[in-house]
Design a protein around this ligand. Structure first.
Ligand code: ADP
Ligand code: MG
Length: 584
């Protein structure tokens, strides 16, 4: 579905009742509107011939007023019905976009900018909504009025006069076509500039502390000023082109009016036309203003809508980076094995993981160590199926990862990412995120295991303290421990800690690790992968894998690795020394 007309067509079919009802009301309005000039023409002729007077005149005027009131109410009613429907299109498009964004993978977000996506969800969808509501109805209204007015002019008044009056109109058609092309270009540009502005605001606000620390506020404000100016210039260009419709309509109608008066005056002179008929003809000509304006307006709304749709639909149709074609709905306990796994990030030369082979038996803990950038986080993300290796296989309980439903796979894994994220909610809610039904006792138990319970009690409202954007700010180590509590509360078979203790002091780290060990022994089958650049986190792991530049360079238990006297052993000595120096 790549055309706006297809989208709107489908939507109109879905809401055919609302569209038909407002269409019918509009037709009512059009008929009543058409009636007025005929009535006025007849009244003028009646007055001129002295056949209309007294009560009859009052009745006629009363009828005119009634028609006016009828037109008013019909107009209000059709707008309500129609916009009620058109706003539904906005709701459904926003929901579609939102749902799509929640399932998109890392590769998608690496290419998209947040501010852009937010602009799409607001500005662009507004434009499409206008095209489905306002534009459809103004188009229908305008076309109906046009046909009826033309019909009455041709058949009801004088066809010669009508033909002459219509002579300038093709020229206006050409002008409209020319202008709408420019509006399309200008609208696309204006939507893009608004996106850029949005991006800037979003990025500035999320990095406001860094900006301030670097003293870049003024530069950032200047950049904002430039972007805002460009966005406003682009909107102005679109508006200028929209305004160009008006003179085109005006010129055309003036020319038509001149021609009408010329020929009409001649016909009246020749007694082939009454003055009343000429009056109602010029009134009809005046009624053509609305259809002409409607045409211009509809064209610009549609061009704006098309420009917005061209930006939006690639997001809605962007293929999911991670296909979810698996059928298995649960992961049975079993070994997790990687065979010759190689992964390279797109547009990156050297692979981040190269020929990784290892096995983790249920109930075991795997330590993953190595210098920053060696591929620890990447490996965990492969296990989560956030990344799909280019070659090699990852199997869990005998099945390749993609044989599982994505949901089932993720439900079997608790992941504490390197950068933990807290939502704007209470601490209790943040911990209970993975298990919304958890009791307070369970939440507190998880917090105790993660060695954050005592810290939480120190906060102003304890577990009810708001954190995140509107609440208090936690230290890095506190954030990490809240994230660990969240993962422990979920209590899944496989726990992945991605340098999740890096900001926690070693004493607390040891306590948390001991708790993890107790948990593991309490229920058979719980496994864990602990990635860390600090070796103290993996000392007790059943198997330790050392990664260097994406390759496995050493494997074994802590003692075996010390004996091998490689990178691990020297790093161990170094970190021990560092720790004892710190303790001094
Ligand atoms: P670690 O967690 O061990 O510090 P990572 O797995 O984060 O290492 O990174 C491994 C390598 O992949 C590094 O060279 C890093 O620059 C690169 N890398 C990590 N994330 C991305 C990404 N999103 N896009 C491109 N390259 C990446
Ligand atoms: Mg990492």
């Amino acid at each position: 579905m790549s055309k706006l007309s297809v989208l709107i067509g489908g939507f109109v079919r879905q809401h055919s009742r609302a569209y038909a009802l407002s269409g019918a009301m509009l037709a009512g309005v059009a008929i009543l509107t058409i009636w007025v000039p005929r009535k006025v023409g007849a009244m003028i002729d009646g007055l001129a011939a002295h056949t209309l007077g007294g009560n009859a005149l009052l009745r006629e005027i009363g009828a005119l007023l009634l028609i006016g009131a009828g037109i008013y109410f019909l107009r209000v009613a059709w707008r309500q019905i129609l916009y009620g429907a058109a706003y539904q299109l906005g709701v459904s498009l926003r929901t579609r976009l939102y749902n799509r964004l929640t399932v998109q993978g890392a590769a998608f977000y690496q290419r998209q900018r947040t501010g852009d996506l937010m602009a799409l969800a607001t500005n662009d969808i507004d434009a499409i909504e206008m095209a489905a509501g306002e534009a459809m109805l103004a188009g229908f209204d305008g076309a109906l009025t046009l046909v009826m007015v033309l019909g009455v002019m041709l058949l009801g008044v004088d066809w010669r006069l009508a033909c002459i009056a219509l002579l300038p109109f093709p020229l206006m058609g050409w002008a409209f076509w020319y202008i709408s092309g420019h509006i399309h270009t200008a609208s696309t540009d204006s939507l893009k500039r608004f996106s850029a502005l949005n991006d800037h605001v979003q990025e500035t606000l999320s990095g406001v502390r860094t900006l301030r620390a670097l003293g870049l506020e003024q530069r950032s404000a200047r950049q904002f000023g430039e972007l805002a100016q460009k966005a406003s210039d682009a909107s102005l260009r679109a508006q200028v082109w929209e305004a160009a419709y008006e003179p085109a309509v005006g010129l055309t109608l003036t020319a038509a009016g001149g021609l009408t008066l010329g020929l009409g005056g001649y016909l009246v002179w020749q007694h082939q036309l009454t003055i009343g008929a000429l009056t109602s003809f010029t009134m009809y000509l005046g009624q053509l203003i609305w259809p002409m304006f409607a045409a211009g307006w509809v064209l610009s709304l549609i061009e704006r809508g098309r420009a917005a749709w061209q930006r939006l639909h690639p997001m809605l149709d962007a293929p999911l980076a991670i296909a979810d074609h698996g059928t298995l709905t649960a992961v049975a306990p079993g070994p997790l094995s990687l065979h010759n796994v190689t992964y390279a990030y797109p547009e990156q030369g050297a692979p981040a993981l190269c020929g990784i082979t290892l096995e983790l038996k249920p109930g075991q803990t795997l330590g993953l160590v190595g210098p920053t950038g060696c591929g620890k986080s990447t490996l965990l993300r492969v296990l989560l199926r956030q990344l799909t290796p280019q070659s090699g296989s990852v199997r869990w309980s005998g099945h390749a990862l993609d044989e599982y439903k994505l949901h089932a796979l993720r439900a079997a894994i608790s992941w504490v990412p390197q950068e933990s994220f807290l939502f704007s909610a209470t601490i209790a809610d943040n911990i209970a995120l993975a298990r919304p039904g958890a009791t307070r006792a369970q939440v507190e138990h998880a917090a105790t295991l993660a060695a954050i319970h005592d810290d939480i009690l120190q906060f102003p409202q304890g577990y009810e303290t708001e954190v995140g954007e509107k609440g208090i700010t936690l230290s890095g180590g506190q954030r990490q421990r809240v994230a660990i509590a969240r993962a422990l509360l979920a209590d899944n078979d496989l726990l992945l800690l991605d340098d999740a203790l890096s900001a926690v002091d070693t004493g607390t780290e040891t306590r948390i690790l001991q708790h993890l060990e107790q948990l593991r022994q309490a229920r058979h089958g719980r496994s864990a992968v602990i990635a860390s650049h600090r070796l103290s986190a993996v000392v007790n792991a059943d198997l330790i894998v050392v990664l260097r530049d994406g390759r496995v360079s050493e494997t074994g238990s802590h003692e075996q690795l010390l004996e091998q006297d490689g990178w691990y052993a020297s790093q161990w000595r170094y970190q021990q020394l560092e720790a004892s120096l710190n303790a001094l």
